[in-house]
Design a protein around this ligand. Sequence first.
Ligand code: TXA
Ligand code: MG
Length: 335
Amino acid sequence: MNSVDKVVNKSYDTVVGGVELLDEAAECIRRGELVAFPTETVYGLGADAFNEEAVRSIFVAKGRPQDNPFIVHVASPKGAEVAVSHIPDAAYRLWEKFSPGPLTIVLPKSERMPLITTGGLNTVGIRIPNNTIALELIRRSDCAIAAPSANTSGRISPTRAMDVYEDMRGKIPLIIDGGPSTVGIESTVIDLTREVPTVLRPGAITAEMLAEVLGEVVNHKGKVVVAAAPGMKYKHYAPVVPCIGARTPEAARKIASRFPSAVIMGESSFVKDIEGVTTVNLGATPEECMRNVFSEMRDAEKVYSCIVVEDFSEKPDFYALNNSLSKSTGGKTEE
Ligand code: TXA
Ligand code: MG
């Protein structure tokens, strides 16, 4: 009898209960059995992602074809390290912003991650669910948990423990009831192994939200979505009057001449030879300029109808300052 037959022949008296089942549930996962648990998206049908036989039994319980990859749930970015071979910086940035949460990130799989879990792919979808029961179950099981939605294949995704019970009764030992799922649809899946990050499945975290972090993503329809213009994105950094960057003192003077009144701000070497327009010397070092620029802008916006600020993008020492200023100018700059 192969392992699948063993599972098929096993029939459980399925227990449904709350957090008090956590230790028992973790014990089940460690033994290679299946546990249904709540997440913020939908209920998951979990197995130890590294246990091939356990993962195989998910297919049996769901009646699902064997070529679909499972999402692997971890409790933290650290927990992802055994599951994947490389974590790009972009993944950390996404986790910082959206995790725990309804986002699955596809990354190259580690040697240890069995192909049965990834549907034969060299990549694996990693998710940190935003649900304390789910996170605690992962921690107590001391592994990563492969989990599809806990419905019979083809049925509606379950968002309540009783929905799971309907489909999984007699097939799995335990269902942890964590109340209704708060998000209600499955996680957004984004693939970071492609040249441009690509949304494979839309969800509560939109392509636009992802583009804000990654700059550019391909949405699930194959369209490129870019971050909103910095001016819209960082409105809070902007003065109440037009604020425009200038690469050269000449460009600064030209911009100033288009407004009834204007002030030009920059490093001392930038403003020292400008005549006929009010100037503000921000200082001679990046530190001085950083310290002064925003208070000078606040004072200036009360008096002038335009603020022209030096564009420091060609000066590497001013990188951080230039980054902040690009938010004030919304990226508007003239040569
Ligand atoms: O919200 C969710 O993601 C829920 C909860 C339980 O976390 N899980 C879930 O799993 O929806 P499932 O099995 O129903 O959906 C898995 C889908 C696959 O059909 C595929 O679209 C994508 O996730 N996926 C997973 N791993 C992938 C990979 N390595 N490459 C590409 N797509 C992958
Ligand atoms: Mg599903």
